[in-house]
Design a protein around this ligand. Structure first.
Ligand SMILES: *Cc1c(COP(=O)(O)O)cnc(C)c1O
Length: 299
């Protein structure tokens, strides 16, 4: 199994706002890393797929919501790299399947549904044991795909960047991607995570824990911004949706309301508030996730 990422471009975004504040904004198009397995999820899966293969597993199992980018990517990866996949989906089954789950099924994923109460128990050893008895043995990926191997994969996300930058920014859900980016920087430059959920203050401890679990030093050249969640995970505001539409029209680059729109609106706001010194080059990671647009009635 060969897991070499496709090279992805860096594009400069032009906006009079940046010119006024003497800031340059570059966008790293990680969303283009694979035609089926989008964005940061490709990197999060890479070493997990290799570990599953090395350990002799033919089945991958994980958890997610009905519009989960991770479930979508896992189904795609199973199809591309030859694993059976099982997705345990939070909540009731609905027919017809939404586009995320239809894609998963079309790519061979077996779906099972967990009530919200069961879903909360998904990390308990008793639940995992019961799943093994019911479904057979599997390589387990946590919700969102975040573990030490995911951090290792994400540490390679900027490996092909040959442009100078000062601050790299990414959207944060579980913190796995940010931890990987921080590991990849190896103490140089700065990393900025934008929490896309309410109560993102836990992400600081989580990134520290993931760095430790991955055998990385406790770097301190990073921070998490918690004020840009727009009401919580997968919640939106009219301001966010209007920003996203303007951004897409102006730059011809699609975003998603759950992750990347919140990242870019945060960066625009921080530039406006002069939180970056003149001369700063920002590198924003477009982490993909465009399939999730369907949940908002967007193409
Ligand atoms: C999953 C995801 C993230 C968040 O990654 P974490 O490692 O959970 O912090 C960011 N952007 C997109 C598009 C995603 O799908």
């Amino acid at each position: 199994m060969l897991l070499t990422p496709q090279a992805t471009p860096i594009q400069a975004l032009h906006d009079s706002l940046f010119d006024r504040h003497g800031v340059r904004l570059l966008i790293k198009r990680v969303d283009l890393v694979h035609p089926v397995i989008s964005g940061n999820k490709w990197y999060k899966l890479k070493y997990n797929l290799l570990a599953a293969q090395q350990q002799g597993f033919d089945t991958l199992l994980s958890f997610g919501g009905a519009y989960s980018n991770h479930i979508h990517a896992l189904a795609g990866a199973g199809h591309v790299y030859g694993f059976r996949t099982i997705g345990l989906i939070r909540g009731e089954p609905y027919q017809p399947l939404n586009p995320t789950l239809q894609f998963a099924v079309d790519h061979g994923m077996a779906l099972h549904y967990l009530s919200r109460a069961e879903y909360r128990m998904k990390n308990s050893p008793a639940m995992i044991e019961r799943l093994r008895q019911q479904l057979g043995d599997f390589y387990l990926l946590p919700e969102g795909g975040t573990n030490a191997l995911a951090v290792q994969g994400c540490s390679e996300m900027l490996a092909d960047v040959d442009t100078e930058f000062d601050v790299v920014a990414c959207a944060c859900g579980t913190g796995g991607t940010l931890a990987g980016v921080v590991a990849g920087l190896n103490g140089k430059h700065r990393a900025l995570g934008v929490a896309v959920l309410k109560g993102g203050e836990f992400l600081g401890d989580e990134v520290r824990r993931l760095l430790q679990e991955s055998g990385e030093p406790q770097f301190d050249n990073w921070q998490v911004e918690c004020g840009y969640h727009h009401g919580g995970y997968a919640k939106t505001t009219p301001e966010l949706m209007a920003f996203m539409q303007r951004f897409e029209q102006q730059h011809g680059i699609l975003l998603d309301p759950v992750y990347t729109a919140k990242l870019f609106l945060a960066l625009y706001t921080m530039v406006e508030q002069q939180q970056f010194a003149r001369g700063t080059t920002l590198l924003a990671i477009h982490s993909g996730g465009l399939q999730g647009r369907a949940g908002f009635g967007l193409n």
